[in-house]
Design a protein around this ligand. Structure first.
Ligand code: PEP
Ligand code: MN
Length: 269
């Protein structure tokens, strides 16, 4: 049952704090904001994103260099060379990096250049990957599977935690339902339930959650009120020219507005 899981609140009452160093933490009682493009595209894009984050006092940048795409002909990421470029620019700016790891061999390859390993929705139940991330001394964010239940997400977290890595976060990113008006159905319920069940920080991804740029803001704010400890979303200077997920990506003006509102709404909690 849930009660005997190491990731459950029954087992550990004290909420887990993720410490990224340099005073950057993700924990209950504060609001972590992670923003950036779906895909890392190159130096200029990285620099522009970093400038946007710095202007808004955001400390964590998201971006993919290994992209799980539905079609093999779509852009699949710049790979390790892109990550190295990003790392150099991010470090100079004091920005932390969260990026997706898709397979076991990438864990070591990426190790020196990441602050948080992201497990994508298509890999939530890649148990070999989870076992190996359990042996790493860097934080991991696990997304909920595309059609995964809350219990399955907690089961996946249990793999990493029980293998020795307690620097773990859960992420609700929307699930596949019968509804096609939005890309996914953001399960705001899951945020409240995960907060009740687990001591791990809960992060919400409204970009993938609804998949429609114009509605990312209200969904993000609903997630804040539901108890999220952090919001991760997609932002790009020119979303319509983004190499992936442009339809759900905010421009920097929209992003700045969202950041202000997240901080205001968090105060109301
Ligand atoms: C992403 O963060 O760009 C991504 C691919 O997310 P997910 O795994 O939730 O689809
Ligand atoms: Mn994306």
């Amino acid at each position: 049952s849930d009660d005997n899981k190491l990731v459950s609140r029954k087992w550990k009452v004290k909420p887990t704090t993720i410490d990224l160093g340099d005073g950057v933490t993700i924990e209950e009682g504060s609001m972590a904001i992670m923003a950036g493009p779906c895909s890392i595209e190159g130096e200029e894009q990285i620099e522009k994103t970093i400038a946007h984050l710095k202007a808004n006092n955001i400390k964590i940048m998201r971006g993919g260099v290994y992209k799980p795409r539905s079609s093999p002909y779509s852009f699949r990421g710049l790979g390790i060379e892109g990550l190295k470029t990003w790392y150099k620019l991010a470090r100079e700016a004091g920005i932390k990096i969260i990026t997706e790891v898709m397979q076991v061999s990438q864990i070591e390859e990426m190790y020196d250049y990441v602050d948080i390993y992201q497990v994508g929705a298509r890999n939530t139940q890649n148990f070999n990957l989870l076992d190996e991330l359990g042996k790493v001394d860097k934080p991991v964010l696990i997304k909920r599977g595309i059609s995964g239940t809350i219990d399955e997400l907690l089961g996946s977290a249990e793999y990493v935690f029980s293998a020795g890595n307690e620097n773990l976060m859960l992420c609700e990113r929307g699930i596949r339902t019968y509804e096609r008006a939005s890309r996914n159905t953001m399960d705001i319920n899951a945020i409240a339930i995960l907060k009740e069940k687990s001591h791990l920080p809960v992060i919400a991804d409204p970009s993938h959650g609804i998949g429609l740029r114009d509605h990312v803001e209200p969904v993000a704010l609903a997630c804040v009120m539901a108890g999220a400890d952090g919001i991760i979303y997609e932002a790009h200077e020119l979303p319509d020219e983004a190499w992936s997920d442009g339809q759900q990506t905010l421009n920097f003006r929209q992003s700045e507005k969202l950041i202000d509102k997240i901080r205001k709404v968090f105060e109301l909690r």
